[in-house]
Design a protein around this ligand. Structure first.
Ligand SMILES: [Zn+2]
Ligand SMILES: [Zn+2]
Length: 682
């Protein structure tokens, strides 16, 4: 049983002990497994949780391997204290997923594993008792789909294609225009998966979308156990849902990106709805893409994965174009007779907009009020005004901890930083010149709401942004109320753009979209197109036609022309040609090394030294370090450098060696991290 390749000669005494060595993943920032001895090897297997001594105390870890021999003398190894009970053994495909994510995103394996488990399973505390209160009708036995919609031809075709692929790995891109009934396709495919005794995993980008989808799924599968998983759940609720899923008792698992890290013994399909959404990318710790992790999971398990969107990410669209993903198209709205809204631009160069809204927008709102229909005014900026400034001397209120302006909020007369959360009372006079006439510049949702209340005093106006709906339940209630026709004019941010169905909404007015076109981020046009298509798609989902009016100073911009023509494919082709010419993803693979320090000079010096640290393979290019656009955030100054390569394996191997050679974050006063496939560069 002593394997020669370990190159160890064990003395007779340790050999006599015949103990087994466990390699255990622990939640520590070190890229290795820790070895422990166990007397009774039959009592444990990879995927079990164990309590082990580590330093002065005991910790919970996950057994990854069982080896015959140790790489160090066994006499030095400590013993496992006990095997932790109560949770199912973590399956091999789950451990394999963790291994891949750890190596791909350059995060120590132990931290990757720990980050995937609910807090309770990372601790030595006993697990909560099984819930006895599962309603008797949730038997999973009658998983018959309850649906009042008959699929149209395109939906039926998609359902057939995906249904035929069950039992093996195949990625699908379900490209369906807004309102085309993608959810109906998911439901009908999932009904087939459940009928085979398998589980379905459904990912959505935002917590705010889970209650609505949960209600739809519970309505469609009234006798089926559904587990909901997202980061806002209390620890015990998350632990219960996780255990229900891991034991195979819940057969539909709905959640945000972290749900993709749940062990599922009988996974039969993975669905990623709104797959283009940036929220699928985690921006701290293990910086994984929930969407990419979903494709990986399906591959490891051997089941289909469906990526759904009206405006797919260019990476996914490219995979479809290259034939790596099978493209399924839903070109029509599901409700018979419902059409996509007409989109037009309102040229701000020839139209005055003294209230922030040009006259054609105000006239259209007036018409909707007269007809008893709803209008939505979309502005992706909360607060009253983004700047409070002094006209006499040019001073503007800024955050002390960030290189950003403070946003004026009139609800509590505060100035708030939207980057670090700092908050202070509104100043009565200019701190530089003493002028008492400080003016708000620009518009946010509060100011637009105020303007509309003056212009349309009889209208019921509802504002929906993170300030009005801090709590998830409040947002769900407001969205339900809007869906029932409450509110004549809605003023809202991105929160309103996604996924919701408002039957009486026939007009969408878009303010201040141009600012995104001026961004330096090469993804900003793609994001703006997706947002505007989404928000515009809220209108005209029933028989009444919808209309979208976009205020802009660049009415001839190709992005707006594509939007007017509902031409996602043309827009994507043009964007991909630009990316190919400029050498951006998906034509190259990227990673970013980011550093932050109290002073920018230290962060820049760290990055310059990092770039010189070791020989770089010819196929990897390291660009010069640059400060972030918002350089200072929460008291730290930030810079980054970008690496590119046409070869993912070469880039991966370089990142592995490089990150091991970089000095630890704490020792140099500089904190750093690697972000593989970064999507945000601010
Ligand atoms: Zn002043
Ligand atoms: Zn700040």
């Amino acid at each position: 049983m002593w394997r020669k390749e370990n190159g160890h000669i064990c003395d007779a005494k340790t050999q006599l002990l015949r103990m087994r060595v466990l390699r255990v993943a622990l939640d520590v920032p070190v890229a290795k497994l820790f070895e422990y001895l166990i007397d009774d090897a039959a009592a444990v297997a990879p995927g079990d949780r164990v309590a082990v001594p580590f330093g002065a105390r005991a910790r919970a870890g996950v057994v990854v391997e069982i080896a015959g021999a140790s790489s160090v003398a066994q006499a030095k190894l400590k013993r496992v204290e006990r095997v932790l009970e109560g949770a199912p053994r973590l399956p091999a495909d789950w451990l394999e997923q963790m291994r891949f994510l750890s190596s791909y995103y350059q995060r120590p394996f132990g931290e990757t594993v720990a980050g995937a488990l609910p807090a309770r399973l990372r601790s030595l505390k006993p697990l909560p008792k099984r819930r006895k209160t599962v309603p008797e009708d949730l038997t999973n036995s009658a998983s018959t789909l309850v649906s009042e919609h008959a699929p149209n031809a395109a939906q039926a075709c998609a359902i057939e294609r995906i249904g035929a692929a069950l039992g093996g790995f195949l990625p699908f891109l379900l490209h369906g225009i807004t309102g085309s009934g993608k959810t109906e396709v998911y439901l009908r495919v999932i009904a087939r998966v459940l009928a085979q005794g398998m589980q379905a995993l459904v990912l959505v980008p935002e917590i705010g979308l889970t209650p609505q989808l949960e209600a739809r799924f519970r309505g469609a599968f009234p006798h089926t156990r559904i587990a909901v998983l997202h980061s806002a759940l209390e620890d015990s609720a998350r632990t219960h849902a996780w255990l229900d899923a891991a034991r195979g008792e819940a057969v539909i698992i709905l959640g945000t990106r972290l749900a993709v890290l749940t062990p599922l013994p009988r996974l039969g399909i993975v669905v990623v709805d709104e797959e283009h959404d940036a929220s699928f990318k985690q921006q701290e710790g293990l910086r994984y893409s929930g969407r990419d992790a979903a494709v990986l999971r399906a591959k490891l398990v051997g089941c289909p994965v469906v990526l759904g969107s009206a405006t797919p990410s260019l990476e996914t669209w490219f995979n479809g174009r290259e034939g790596r993903y099978e493209l399924l198209t839903l070109p029509e709205r599901a409700v018979p007779g419902a059409k996509l809204p007409t989109v037009s631009t309102v040229d701000l160069r020839s139209q005055s907009a003294e209230h922030g809204l040009a006259n054609p927008l105000l006239d259209s709102i007036r018409t909707r009020l007269a007809r008893g229909e709803q209008s939505l005014v979309f502005i992706n900026r909360r607060g009253y005004a983004p700047v409070l400034s002094c006209e006499a001397c040019g001073w503007a209120a800024g955050c002390k901890r960030c290189s950003a302006r403070l946003v004026l909020h009139t609800s509590d007369q505060s100035l708030r930083c939207h980057h670090c959360g700092a908050r202070q009372a509104v100043l009565r006079e200019c701190p530089t010149c003493g002028n008492v006439d400080l003016r708000p510049l620009g518009r946010g949702t509060q100011r637009v709401e105020e303007t509309l209340a003056v212009l349309f005093p009889a209208a019921r106006i509802l504002r929906i942004d993170r300030d009005t709906t801090r709590r998830r339940a409040a947002l769900a209630r407001t969205l339900d109320a809007i869906g029932r026709g409450e509110g004549d004019i809605l003023v809202g941010t991105q929160l309103l753009a996604k996924g919701h169905d408002f039957p009486n909404l026939t007009l969408v007015c878009v303010l201040n979209a141009d600012s995104a076109l001026l961004s330096t981020d090469y993804r900003s046009a793609e994001r703006l197109f997706a947002t505007l298509a989404q928000v515009g798609g809220r209108s005209g989902r029933r028989e009444q036609p919808g209309e979208v009016l976009v205020q802009t100073r660049f009415p001839g911009h190709p992005m707006y022309r594509a939007l007017i023509g509902h031409d996602y494919a043309g827009f994507a082709a043009a964007q991909l040609a630009e990316r190919e010419g400029a050498g951006f993803p998906p034509f190259v693979h990227e990673a970013a090394l980011r550093a932050e320090a109290p002073r920018l000079a230290a962060a820049m010096a760290f990055l310059r030294a990092a770039a010189q640290l070791m020989d770089v393979p010819a196929s990897v290019q390291i660009y010069d370090p640059v400060p972030h656009v918002i350089t200072r955030r929460a008291g730290f100054e930030r810079a980054q450098l970008v690496l590119q390569s046409h070869s993912r394996p070469v880039l991966q191997e370089f990142l592995r060696l490089w990150s091991a050679a970089l000095p630890a974050s704490t020792s140099s006063g500089v904190r750093w991290h690697l972000d593989v496939d970064p999507i945000e560069f601010d």
